[in-house]
Design a protein around this ligand. Structure first.
Ligand SMILES: [Fe+2]
Length: 405
């Protein structure tokens, strides 16, 4: 049953008032809904922004941890800081434990050259404060902050307006500081930025520590390989320092030809261990002061195969075996142990061959005096196309002429 309508003027007036109030109520609700919708849109936008930043953080962390080369890790850390914080410039400052100073390891942007040479004392400047206290910091107006250290700006002719700075900690110990300078949109760094930046700093810490550990393991291995090579050299009184020189010369050639850094690592170890197989050559042959007869020479030749066999037991070093096995091959196919022709001789073996022969020629032997460097260069040039690869000989001589050996 509907409400009975009062048709009197008074009743109609009340009905009109009711109606007006209902309309007002609907309008109020509509307005509230409008506001809420706007709020929601804002919230969704914020969420999308956060999500985008999280995706960026994940991607940057992946890129950061996809290398173990310390220099690359540091550079990528900087790029990540600049990109994630949407900043003008970013810096990575690492603590030098010996001097207890912070040095700008990398700083991107056109001020890079000026900034990266700068050093800060612990506690000096905003980055120094963060390093000393191990706490993050947002400074919205750097110029009026008493911690701000103006010398860096002066030296780099850069104007720092605002800064976000977080410590990089490895096992609770602060090892450096990650810094982003000048928010690009002219705004300020937020608490949300800070939390993202701290996550990035954690990733940077892991990547830096992994790179450091690998470098330490490699250094340990390098020293071990050098000791092994030295032990073999000690049996042969005429080869003092040979391994070190062959390694230096080989790396100089690699630099000249822009060799891939991964290949360079293998080349280095191949150069150090190239004659490791001599451990299996009898003393009377190895230490013989006169020229070897044919039979002795045949035995000596075996050192290439023995070296390959010895290193063959170490799975992680299989990439250096070609350097050990083929460093006495000649490009005309008249070398040993297999008589490989040019296109079949691995690059690292061809490099070691040039370095090894040059050092042998310029060292005294019991049966002949050492050649002068220029004489040895001429000898190398004459043997291009028969014994050596011309590109590598040219690279070696160029390295010498430009003082890179
Ligand atoms: Fe050799």
């Amino acid at each position: 049953m509907g409400k009975k309508t009062d048709k009197t003027p008074r009743g109609l007036k009340e009905e009109m008032r009711d109606y007006r109030e209902k309309l007002l109520e609907v309008s109020r609700k509509a307005s509230r809904c409008g506001r809420s919708l706007k709020q929601r849109e804002g919230e969704v936008r914020d969420l999308q922004k956060t999500l985008t930043k999280l995706v960026t953080l994940t991607e940057l962390s992946r890129i950061l941890n996809s290398t173990l080369e310390p220099g690359t890790v540091r550079r990528r850390a900087m790029q990540a800081a600049t990109e994630l914080m949407e900043a003008e410039v970013g810096s990575l400052l690492l603590i030098d434990e010996e001097t207890n100073q912070l040095y700008f390891e990398v700083a991107l942007g056109d001020k890079e050259e000026a900034v990266k040479t700068f050093q800060l004392k612990m506690g000096e400047g905003i980055a120094g404060w963060v390093a000393q206290h191990g706490e993050p910091l947002i400074v919205r107006d750097v110029q009026s902050d008493p911690r701000f250290f103006r010398d860096v700006d002066k030296k780099s002719k850069f104007t720092t307006k605002n800064v976000i700075c977080v410590p990089i900690k490895v096992k609770e110990k602060t090892v450096g500081v990650l810094e982003a300078i000048n928010k690009l949109d002219g705004g300020a760094f937020s608490e949300e930025d800070l939390s993202l930046f701290e996550s990035l700093a954690d990733q940077v810490a892991v990547a830096l520590d992994n790179a450091r550990l690998l470098a330490e393991i490699e250094e340990l291995f390098f020293q071990t390989a050098m000791s092994l090579a030295d032990a073999i050299e000690k049996r042969d009184p005429y080869t003092g320092g040979h391994t070190k020189r062959v390694t230096t010369y080989s790396l100089a050639i690699a630099e000249q030809i822009d060799m891939d850094p991964n290949e360079v690592r293998w080349l280095k170890f191949a150069a150090i261990l190239h004659d490791i197989g001599k451990i299996g050559v009898e003393d009377q042959i190895l230490r013989k002061p006169d020229k070897l007869n044919e039979e002795e020479y045949d035995q000596m030749k075996q050192h290439t195969l023995m070296g390959a066999e010895i290193i063959g037991h170490i799975k992680q070093l299989h990439s250096i075996i070609p350097g050990l096995k083929y460093h006495h091959e000649k490009v005309d196919g008249k070398g040993y142990p297999e008589g490989l022709a040019d296109g079949y001789i691995p690059l690292i073996a061809k490099i070691v061959a040039v370095a090894d022969t040059f050092d042998a020629m310029t060292s005294d032997r019991p049966y002949r005096k050492a050649l002068l460097k220029e004489e040895a260069f001429d000898e190398l040039r004459r043997s291009c196309g028969t014994q050596f690869d011309k590109v590598l000989v040219d690279a070696f001589i160029k390295a010498f002429e430009t003082g890179k050996t």
